[in-house]
Ligand binder design. Structure first.
Ligand code: ARG
Length: 597
């Protein structure tokens, strides 16, 4: 289905052609002066240069053909040669009625594409903190959007389970519990079914281990030595792990198991759902084949003990260092696991594209990895490797968000903070049962958080501001939900009395505000398509906000449940469509609406 703008454009293009000009000058855009008109065409200005004519003469000729055309309510020339356009009421309502019949508002679906979305990326054995919020929220939305366009989508959490942090945790466990069978080389029996530690233990162990590797500037030599020795031991453990050494590997498996159980619950609370729970470790089995392949191609060489591949290109403006494929001693590093994972994904899923939702500070890492993977031919050359780098969520001081006493903010606490803020607000306003209030504040709180995150451009940093995010007015999740709840309330009121509508037809608008609302609605298809093509959920956020604004003015001005039967049916059809739009939109952003609020 073509968009309303394309439909108008077709008429204008034909007229340009009829007057002897190239039809490419007939491009129609949204008006940048909504006070004057709804759409505009600036083509006569460009055409004037090409055909050596005065712009408004060209525009006059083009418009003369269109004066009587049924698609336009108004089409006129404004000097020096702009064409201002208003769509006719009939064309507009016809368009919206067509949209109603489409299952997905007339979007151009894009099936037969396999897209892997790599998002979440938590590290095993470390608690989830605010830094994990953005990849989860953005990735989930991007995945839902791709899925909506009927791509075959595969969301992979890509656990950080193979790095030094694992070696550190193991070292600390060994220090505390040297008697554990995992550390006894001569142990021959089975390892215990039940882990000898809990999630809370893990949460405490990692920071403790990590602190042991650090020392400050004026530390005594002894202290430095101690820190380095601890780190060295952790490195050794990591290498043992990667060799799958008995005991170490078994303990590691338990750590992953306990961590993953906990992670699953946390992501569930965020309404974030992965298709694959693979991790860095799952790519280890591809490392050898990958290195062999690189050797065969003659692209890998030794440098300071490590194995590297050159990835610089002539057109680079800054120097791009070689990609380290293995650390000295053949130990896998972050690049190794990402490269081997690409190979694994190629073999298992033959994707058309892989989208990485990762902190933008990792851009260089991914540039190196992407180039290296193509050079090593471990992925097809035409696979689109997309780096979707996100900015940081900062506190009001402009620095990465922290707790009040300066510690890393745990995700759970952040969510609780938002939920209680919403709860507080509901407490003041509505007569709801305690249970309802609890339930609703969770739904609305999550919406507040997700909407606030997604309404920013992904790569931008933004400031965490509970009061702003949870406001019931303005560009916020609660405002969107509030509007949807209002729509549902009107619909319920109508259907409550056993009313039925005859036809699901939206009549031509009478009031200006009705026309404005239909125009807004007609643009949903474009908003969805842009969000898909640009991986930009923010387009949906902005659209829903504008729609909510227009709807709320409509709600003030129009008596929705009054009028003759046809008008009433039309109003109800319009509201049902609005409900569908809002529900699909918030689904794509990753949240839900309560029944009341
Ligand atoms: N675990 C990583 C981190 O905490 C993020 C993983 C992102 N995905 C990837 N394929 N590297 O930085």
């Amino acid at each position: 289905m073509q968009s309303l703008m394309q439909l108008l454009q077709k008429c204008v293009e034909e007229s340009f052609e009829k007057c002897g000009y190239d039809k490419k000058y007939g491009k129609v855009i949204i008006s940048n002066r909504p006070d004057l008109c709804e759409f505009q065409c600036d083509g006569a200005l460009a055409a004037a240069k090409k055909y050596h004519k005065v712009p408004f003469i060209i525009a006059d000729e083009v418009v003369a053909n269109l004066k009587e055309t049924k698609e336009f309510e108004k089409i006129e020339v404004i000097k020096p040669g702009f064409i201002n356009i208003n769509v006719s009421k009939k064309t507009l309502s016809d368009y919206v009625n067509k949209m109603v019949k489409e299952t997905k508002f007339g979007i151009k679906i894009d099936p037969n594409k396999t897209v892997i979305i790599d998002y979440g990326g938590p590290n095993v054995a470390k608690p989830l903190h605010v830094g994990h919020l953005r990849p989860a929220i953005i990735g989930e939305s991007v995945k839902r959007i791709h899925n909506y366009f009927e791509n075959r989508t595969i969301g992979d959490i890509h656990l950080g389970d193979w790095g030094l942090q694992m070696g550190l945790v193991i070292e600390e466990m060994k220090y505390r519990n040297p008697e554990w069978v995992y550390f006894n080389e001569n142990y021959k029996g089975e390892y215990p079914e039940k882990a000898p530690f809990t999630v809370s233990d893990l949460e405490e162990i990692y920071p403790c281990a990590s602190a042991k590797t650090k020392y400050d500037e004026n530390a005594a030599e002894k202290e430095i030595e101690k820190a380095n020795a601890f780190k060295e031991a952790a490195r050794r453990n990591t290498a043992f792990l990667q060799e799958e050494r008995k005991g170490y590997y078994d303990l590691w498996k338990k750590i992953v198991e306990i961590s993953v159980e906990d992670l699953k619950q946390n992501y569930k609370k965020l309404d974030v759902d992965f298709d694959l729970w693979l991790g860095e470790s799952d790519s280890q089995k591809y490392v050898k084949t990958m290195i062999d392949k690189m050797k065969k191609l003659g692209i890998i060489y030794e440098s300071n003990g490590a194995m590297v591949v050159d990835v610089s290109e002539k057109t680079d403006k800054t120097e791009i260092n070689p990609c380290m494929v293995l650390k000295s001693g053949g130990v896998s590093c972050y690049q190794t696991t990402d490269l081997a994972t690409i190979m694994q994904r190629q073999l298992d899923y033959n994707p058309d594209s892989i989208i990485y939702v990762v902190d933008k500070r990792q851009e260089l890492h991914f540039l190196q990895v992407f180039r290296c993977s193509k050079k090593a031919q471990i992925i097809d050359q035409d696979v689109d490797l997309v780096f979707l780098g996100f900015g940081t969520m900062n506190g009001k001081d402009g620095k990465p968000f922290k707790t009040r006493n300066g510690g890393v903010m745990r995700l759970e606490n952040l969510i609780n903070e938002i939920n209680s803020k919403v709860y507080e607000k509901m407490n003041n306003t509505k007569k709801l049962s305690e249970e309802e209030k609890q339930k609703i504040s969770k739904i609305v709180g999550l919406a507040a958080l997700k909407y606030a995150d997604l309404s920013n451009q992904i790569s931008k940093d933004y400031i965490f501001d509970v009061d702003k995010f949870t406001a019931f007015e303005g560009k916020t999740g609660p405002y969107i939900l509030y509007t949807l709840v209002r729509i549902k309330a009107v619909l319920n009121k109508y259907y409550e009395n056993d009313n039925k509508i005859k036809d699901n037809i939206i009549l031509e608008p009478v009031e200006d505000i009705e026309k404005e609302l239909l125009l807004r609605i007609s643009k949903y298809k474009e908003a969805l398509e842009e969000s898909y093509i640009e991986n930009a959920p923010s387009k949906i956020c902005t659209y829903l906000y504008e729609l909510a604004n227009t709807f709320n003015s409509y709600y003030q001005k129009v008596k929705i449940l009054q009028g003759d039967k046809d008008r009433l049916d039309s109003n109800i059809s319009l509201l049902s469509l609005m409900k569908r739009i809002f529900e699909s939109g918030i689904y794509l952003l990753g949240f839900q609406a309560p029944e009341k609020m």
